[in-house]
Design a protein around this ligand. Structure first.
Ligand SMILES: CC(=O)SCCNC(=O)CCNC(=O)[C@H](O)C(C)(C)COP(=O)(O)OP(=O)(O)OC[C@H]1O[C@@H](n2cnc3c(N)ncnc32)[C@H](O)[C@@H]1OP(=O)(O)O
Ligand SMILES: CC(C)C(=O)C(=O)O
Ligand SMILES: [Mg+2]
Length: 510
């Protein structure tokens, strides 16, 4: 059975999804979960992009054990040096350098000749190899590049010391058949290719990212680059859970397997969705809410008689079992903490106390606490931003025959309070206007989403808010059984992040 390496790029390409911005603590939490999922490589970021990115890569390199920790770098001295400074603390550091090879990119973007790009690629790989053995090289837009030129570039970078050759379908342009043929062509015409790992990195512009990745594997690729829930630039990247389960369920056909710990798949999907604010569509394969739900009578009848009639994988295998938890309003701190540890969370004393208090509040109002509720509360506490403004109370007056009005009181860091009242088109709008006036916020709300975390009208409502200011998006999350309260908490969480950022960088306008 062939072993396929999984490189997870949720924290790099995944974070390139429009509207996603993760802080260091959130990235660390995801990286820890990726280690539990047992990915082979975590591409932790693009260190040169910002001080925050470099710090996140460095923190992950220092804290997360198990996977190789890599940073992306253009084929530029500054990028490679900063990438090295950030990953060097890992037990297994790696640098991933790239340059585009398609004529379109060479002519219009890089304004370089083919010869110049080849020279630059070789230089970059040598510089990266002066720091570390694990050097990956990507020929950006490989699938729209001339195949002979591509072989020349790959032969030259192997000679320069690259250990992994990545073939990106940067704009999701190729097809499964063409991808397999390209990988086979590279194997025939690239000098020294048998000594390196061939990797594949597919985008989903035509919805073919997973198919193209699996085809590349059939052509000989030994590493697949992907993201949790398929998030990433534009239409996203190949989705990790679909690739891994595709290889597992069709082992008979692909004759390949990964080292992924299947039981962590669902939990990882939930965590990434929660922290990025990118909701998972209900019909998403493997991790969508409906992926194991049977609606029609004939299907239900079949499944009741024998599950395998309509199920090709076991929900329990990926950690999706809907357990009725024994945890409830009579549970104590020990049992609660043990459950958190089972779910992979190690909270500080203070975080545990806060999480326990929220759990008890919820248990008072909800008959059954689902695992998803507990996971949400734990992740929320583990990644909480320092509170510049905390909600004291929100009262709303609304209905079908009344002007929606909200009164809100906030407590500031120094203990003083702010109180405001406003009207709006609905209770959330009114509350947001009251808060905006109190904190002097001139930024506009970009996006607001609301979903329930578990079933029933008493379920926790999860709100994700994105606010935009000074070219930066701040993502805030909030959860509460009352959706107006959840909305206010989410808004304050985004405002708190923005205010913290302003303290670090006083030029930033609010
Ligand atoms: C296919 C991908 O996903 S690639 C990764 C994409 N991810 C990102 O871009 C996120 C992080 N990026 C950033 O923070 C910024 O773009 C930075 C810090 C990397 C660069 O910022 P800036 O210096 O302001 O440059 P800007 O982004 O406007 O333009 C990119 C420059 O890099 C050059 N460039 C692009 N790719 C490469 C490469 N692989 N090697 C060398 N140079 C490159 C471009 O030609 C352009 O150069 P120019 O300024 O001489 O015209
Ligand atoms: C940097 C490379 C690997 C990339 O993300 C792409 O080409 O899509
Ligand atoms: Mg990409």
């Amino acid at each position: 059975m062939k072993k396929v390496r999984i490189l997870d790029t949720t924290l790099r390409d995944g974070e390139q999804s429009p509207g996603v911005s993760l802080n260091v603590q959130e990235k660390l939490e995801i990286a820890r979960q990726l280690a539990r999922l047992n990915v082979d490589v975590i591409e932790a970021g693009f260190a040169v992009a910002s001080l925050g990115d470099a710090l996140a890569v460095k923190t992950i390199a220092q804290e997360v054990k198990g996977p190789i920790i890599s940073s992306l770098a253009r084929s530029k001295e500054k990028d490679i040096d900063i990438a090295w400074e950030s990953v060097r603390f890992s037990e297994q550091p790696a640098i991933h350098t790239f340059i585009a090879t398609s004529d379109i990119h060479l002519k219009y973007k890089l304004r370089m000749s083919r010869e110049q790009a080849l020279e630059q690629a070789v230089w970059a790989v040598k510089r990266a190899r002066s720091y570390v053995d694990e050097v990956e090289f990507s020929a950006e837009d490989a699938t729209r590049s001339d195949w002979d030129y591509l072989c020349q570039v790959y032969s030259a970078v192997i000679k320069a010391g690259a250990r992994i050759l990545n073939v990106p379908d940067t704009v999701g342009y190729t097809t499964p058949e063409e991808m397999k043929a390209l990988i086979q062509h590279l194997y025939k015409h690239t000098d020294g290719i048998e000594k390196v790992i061939v990797s594949i990195h597919c985008h989903n512009d035509l919805g073919l990212a997973v198919s193209n990745s699996l085809s590349a594997m059939l052509g000989g690729a030994g590493q697949i680059e992907c993201t949790i829930n398929g998030i990433g630039e534009r239409a996203g990247n190949a989705s990790l859970e679909e690739i891994v389960m595709g290889l597992h369920v069709r082992k008979d056909f692909y004759q390949a397997e990964t080292g992924i710990n299947y039981s962590e798949i669902y939990r990882t999907s939930r965590l990434v969705s929660q922290l990025t604010g990118m909701l998972v569509q209900p019909n998403k394969a493997v991790v969508g809410q409906n992926a194991f739900a049977h609606e029609s009578g004939i299907h239900q009848d079949g499944v009741l008689k024998e599950k395998s009639t309509y199920e090709i994988m076991d929900a329990k295998l990926i950690g999706r079992e809907e357990k009725v938890l024994v945890l409830g309003k009579h549970s104590g701190r020990h049992a609660f903490n043990k459950k958190l540890e089972e779910l992979g969370y190690h909270l500080s004393e203070e975080e545990l106390n806060q999480a326990f208090e929220r759990f008890k509040d919820l248990a008072d109002q909800k008959k059954q606490i689902a695992e998803a509720d507990i996971q949400f509360i734990a992740a929320d506490e583990a990644t909480r931003t320092e509170e510049v403004y905390r909600l004291d109370f929100v009262h709303v007056c609304c209905g079908n025959n009344i002007l929606p009005t909200a009164t809100v009181r906030l407590v500031q860091e120094n203990g003083s309070t702010l109180q405001g009242v406003a009207t709006g088109v609905g209770p959330v709008d009114a509350a947001y206007k009251a808060i905006g006036q109190m904190v002097g916020l001139s930024s506009s709300l970009v996006n607001f989403t609301l979903q329930s975390i578990s079933g029933g009208t008493e379920a926790l409502g999860e709100v994700v808010v994105r606010i935009f200011t000074d070219d930066t998006v701040y993502v805030g999350r909030g959860s509460h059984q009352d959706v107006v309260v959840a909305s206010v908490i989410a808004y304050l969480s985004a405002i708190n992040k923005m205010t913290q950022q302003k303290k670090l960088n006083p030029q930033t306008q609010i």
